[in-house]
Design a protein around this ligand. Structure first.
Ligand code: 5GP
Ligand code: ZN
Length: 114
């Protein structure tokens, strides 16, 4: 039987709704459905990449782009000056629940220290 479709691929393809914050040819950014901070945006590549650890050298440009978009989103949402956090959860121990690479952009309030 076919694998169930990746929810983030469904968001990329417009089959699932999301609050669009940013979009370009390589990635999109949208609000997290279950925010843990006043600003909680996910930046995801349009291409389905499951894990950070599976990225090879050819992904360096895309990964750099995702980080720059995270910074742009923080600026756009007014949390750049006061500070924000960019996080990738990789695998089970980090609590990765969606198997499509994504950056969390967290801000808009004082965050707990790591
Ligand atoms: P992870 O733990 O995998 O790094 O985080 C996945 C994030 O995706 C979680 O913060 C969760 O709230 C968010 N999420 C899961 N499903 C959806 C969805 O359908 N729409 C949106 N906007 N966010 C989702
Ligand atoms: Zn996907």
């Amino acid at each position: 039987m076919d694998q169930p479709k990746c929810i983030f691929c469904s968001i990329v393809e417009g089959e699932l709704p999301s609050t669009n914050i940013y979009s370009d040819d390589h990635c999109i950014a949208f609000n997290d459905i279950n925010p843990v901070a006043n600003v909680h945006v996910l930046v995801i590549p349009r291409e389905h990449i499951t894990y950070l650890t599976e990225t090879t050298k050819r992904y360096e440009k895309l990964l750099g782009h995702l980080m720059r978009v995270a910074a742009k989103v923080a600026e756009q949402l007014g949390t750049a000056e006061d500070g924000y956090r960019v996080t990738v959860n990789q695998g089970v121990n980090a609590g990765q629940i969606v198997d499509h690479l994504h950056l969390h952009v967290l801000g808009g309030e004082q965050l707990n220290s790591l």
